[in-house]
Design a protein around this ligand. Structure first.
Ligand SMILES: NC(=O)c1ccc[n+]([C@@H]2O[C@H](COP(=O)([O-])OP(=O)(O)OC[C@H]3O[C@@H](n4cnc5c(N)ncnc54)[C@H](O)[C@@H]3O)[C@@H](O)[C@H]2O)c1
Length: 259
C-alpha cells in the first residue's frame, strides 16, 4: 500500500472527484479528513470509509472561511497527529457570457477555488513544514491551460490555482513539501451533469451537442475522463517521495490538452 499511515485532508470530499480520491487513498492505507460544506454528504463518505475499515473524520468546512479552514485542519492534526497530503478540490461551476455574469457570482466562484486553495495551503503547511514532508495536490482542470466560452470565472480561477501550485513548489522545496496540480478534462460528476442543460440553453444547441462537441469535441476518442482516472493520479502524487516531481500539472483529459 502506497499511503500506509499517511494522513490526508481532502476538501469537497462529500461528492464526485473528492469522494473518489478519499476512497482510493483509504484503499492505499491513508487516514482521511473528509472536509465539505455539506456535512450530511461528508458524513455519508465517512460511513463508507469506516465500513471499508479505514479511519476517517468528517470536517465541516466552508473553504472560504479562514476560521473554518484553520480550525478544521488543526482538528485533523490533533486527531491523527500529522498531515501528509492536502487535496484542495472543493469547487463549483457557474456559466454565463461575461455581459450577463453577475459580479457576485464571479467573486463567489473565485473565493471557493482560489481563496479556498490559498487558505487550505496556509493551514496545512503549518503542520507539514515542521515535519519536513508533505504533498500539496490542487484540483485544476484542462481550464488551467485552455479557455472555453462562458467560463470567465472558472478559467481565471483554474489558471490561478496552477500559479499558486507553482509558487508552492518553490516555497515548499526546502521544507520537503511538493506541490502539483491535476488538470482533468470533463468528468461525469454532479458539477458536470448540471452544466449540460445550462450550456445547451446558453449556446442554443441540444444537450447531445453539448456533450459531443463542447465537452468531448477536443478529445482523441470522445470519452469522459473518470473519477477513478483522477484518483489514481492523486495516489501517485501523494506517494511520490522526492522533489523530482514538483511544480507540475498532470492532465488526464483523453488528449484534449496535450501538455
Ligand atoms: N467534473 C469535472 O469535469 C471536473 C473537471 C476538471 C476539474 N474539476 C474540479 O474537480 C473539483 C471537484 O469537482 P466535482 O466535479 O467532483 O464536483 P462535485 O459538485 O461533485 O463536488 C464538489 C464538492 O465541493 C463541495 N463544496 C462546494 N463549495 C464548497 C465550499 N465553499 N467549501 C467546502 N466544500 C465545498 C460540494 O459540497 C461538493 O461536495 C472541482 O474543483 C472542479 O472544478 C471537475
Amino acid at each position: 500500500m502506497q499511503m500506509q499511515g499517511n494522513v490526508a485532508v481532502v476538501t469537497g470530499a462529500g461528492s464526485g472527484i473528492g469522494r473518489q480520491i478519499a476512497l482510493s487513498f483509504a484503499r492505499e492505507g491513508a487516514r482521511l479528513a473528509i472536509c465539505d460544506i455539506d456535512m450530511a454528504a461528508a458524513g455519508r463518505v465517512v460511513g463508507e470509509l469506516e465500513e471499508a475499515g479505514a479511519e476517517a473524520m468528517a470536517v465541516e468546512m466552508d473553504v472560504t472561511s479562514e476560521e473554518a479552514v484553520n480550525s478544521g485542519v488543526d482538528a485533523v492534526a490533533r486527531r491523527f497527529g500529522r498531515i501528509d497530503t492536502m487535496v484542495s478540490n472543493a469547487g463549483i461551476q457557474i456559466v454565463h457570457p461575461i455581459e450577463d455574469f453577475p459580479y457576485a457570482d464571479f467573486r463567489r466562484l473565485l473565493a471557493i477555488h482560489l481563496d479556498g486553495s490559498f487558505l487550505l495551503t496556509k493551514a496545512c503547511v503549518k503542520h507539514m513544514y515542521p515535519q519536513k514532508s508533505g504533498s500539496l495536490i490542487y484540483m485544476g482542470s484542462v481550464h488551467s491551460h485552455e479557455a472555453s466560452a462562458l467560463k470567465s470565472a472558472y478559467v481565471a480561477a483554474k489558471h490561478g490555482i496552477l500559479g499558486l501550485s507553482r509558487v508552492m513548489a518553490k516555497e515548499g522545496a526546502k521544507h520537503g513539501v511538493r506541490a502539483n496540480t491535476i488538470c482533468p478534462g470533463f468528468v461525469k460528476t454532479p458539477l458536470v451533469e448540471k452544466q449540460i442543460p445550462e450550456q445547451a440553453a446558453s449556446l442554443n444547441i441540444s444537450e447531445k451537442e453539448v456533450v459531443d462537441r463542447v465537452m468531448l469535441g477536443g478529445t482523441v476518442d470522445q470519452e469522459f475522463t473518470t473519477m477513478e482516472d483522477v484518483a489514481e493520479i492523486a495516489v501517485f502524487l501523494a506517494g511520490f517521495r522526492s522533489n523530482a516531481l514538483t511544480g507540475q500539472s498532470i492532465v488526464p483529459s483523453h488528449g484534449w490538452y496535450m501538455a
